[in-house]
Design a protein around this ligand. Structure first.
Ligand code: AMP
Ligand code: ZN
Length: 136
């Protein structure tokens, strides 16, 4: 399942070149073209699904299993100190390519600290209201 106007589908087909680190029947793992840190990689399922809302559960689970395997191996090879696993869904969350993908971002003790955000100070009433909406 390929989408003609999708840049990651074109990479998967080989129409656009990429630095491919790993490939199997279901996934291609490439180097991010604008890395957040040295060794930033992307896991791309070969079938086109826009995001976590759309992708079948087992394919998302397989990407997580692959992430675990790869970061274990890459941590030794890159001699990095940790990893951020990032997965954006929809524009509001920063997704720029609408083909499900998992970012593997190596982090270095002396490197920049990404993914910091301003913590909101919500009142207890506001927290109650949100909890009431999403609690199962
Ligand atoms: P996101 O913002 O979560 O949708 O992530 C999209 C990622 O794809 C960004 O980190 C881009 O740098 C990366 N990217 C876009 N085009 C390419 C490309 N041709 N090859 C490799 N990575 C790409
Ligand atoms: Zn695609």
């Amino acid at each position: 399942m390929i989408k003609d106007d999708c840049i990651f589908c074109k990479i998967i087909k080989g129409d656009i070149p990429s630095r491919t680190l790993y490939e199997d029947d279901s996934y291609k793992v490439i180097m991010d073209i604008e890395p957040a840190d040295k060794g930033h990689a992307l896991i791309l399922p070969k079938d086109h699904y826009a995001d976590l809302y759309e992708i079948p559960e087992d394919l998302a689970a397989g990407a997580t299993k692959l992430a675990k395997k790869l970061i274990t191996e890459f941590t030794t090879k890159l001699n990095c100190d940790g990893y951020n696993i990032l997965q954006n869904n929809k524009e509001a969350a920063g997704q720029t390519v609408s083909h499900y993908h998992v970012h593997l971002i190596p982090r270095y003790a002396d490197g920049q600290k990404l993914f910091r955000y301003e913590h909101l100070k919500l009142t207890s009433e506001e927290m109650d209201e949100i909890e009431g909406k999403i609690k199962k």
